[in-house]
Design a protein around this ligand. Sequence first.
Ligand code: ADP
Ligand code: UDP
Length: 238
Amino acid sequence: MEKTVQLYEGKAKKVFATADENLCIVSYKDDATAFNGEKKGTILGKGVINNRLTNRLMSLLEQAGVPTHFVEELSDRETLVKKVSIVPLEVIIRNISAGSFAKRYGVEEGIVFSAPTIEFSYKNDDLGDPLINDYHALALKLATQDEIDTIKKYAFKVNDFLKAFMLEHDIELVDFKLEFGRLSDGTIVLADEISPDTCRLWDVHTHEKLDKDRFRRDMGGVEDAYNEVMRRLLGDTV
Ligand code: ADP
Ligand code: UDP
């Protein structure tokens, strides 16, 4: 399957059309942004790592019963996916306090929750992706109640699976962001990516950060951290 026209260029990926109107090709870049695009940089090799990791994790999730957009890895940076209309909600699951949760509620990072939490942000760059609840999402017609219920069910299933999988590789899954989309028949599937850009991942023993927080917080060792996640989860490096 070949790329035809570019449909979209985002902060981390480009999306291309193909001859099949139900399929598109995503191409992962090394560009990194944080704080709603205010901080910009490059993480060398990130595109390759995020492409491979996302595809592996989506294949495993598909086997575990979560439908995804993944079709086929085409190259180091490019993957064929089912074209979806993205539900404009960023779905965030947290197992441990960190990031905006810790800041918003004035607590330290690292509090292990007795049960995972879920929250939604309205995916809208102009508004800075504000926090939104189910009622507001329904009022704005961003999704139906059925879709929200399905998304929540899948999101917790993704968490159960990923948490256990990461732990087998000595990684703690602190929190992560998912995006879902609708196929042409309305079926909800997991889309976008699952990578150290979109998850907080800590070494289980040292709590060392192995994710984009190293870039956000100018901690150094960003490429090494992404490579370490790939080595642990896929037994591979770039
Ligand atoms: P952003 O838009 O936040 O800058 P990216 O750089 O990752 O993010 O761009 C990828 C875009 O492609 C995102 O807007 C994402 O919602 C969208 N997308 C992800 N998977 C699919 C898919 N299967 N079909 C259509 N669009 C998708
Ligand atoms: N996240 C993401 N994209 C976003 C916002 C958050 O992938 O636009 C991920 C982030 O990497 C983290 C989780 O979602 O794993 C929770 O992020 P948080 O709300 O703490 O926000 P942040 O601290 O990133 O501003």
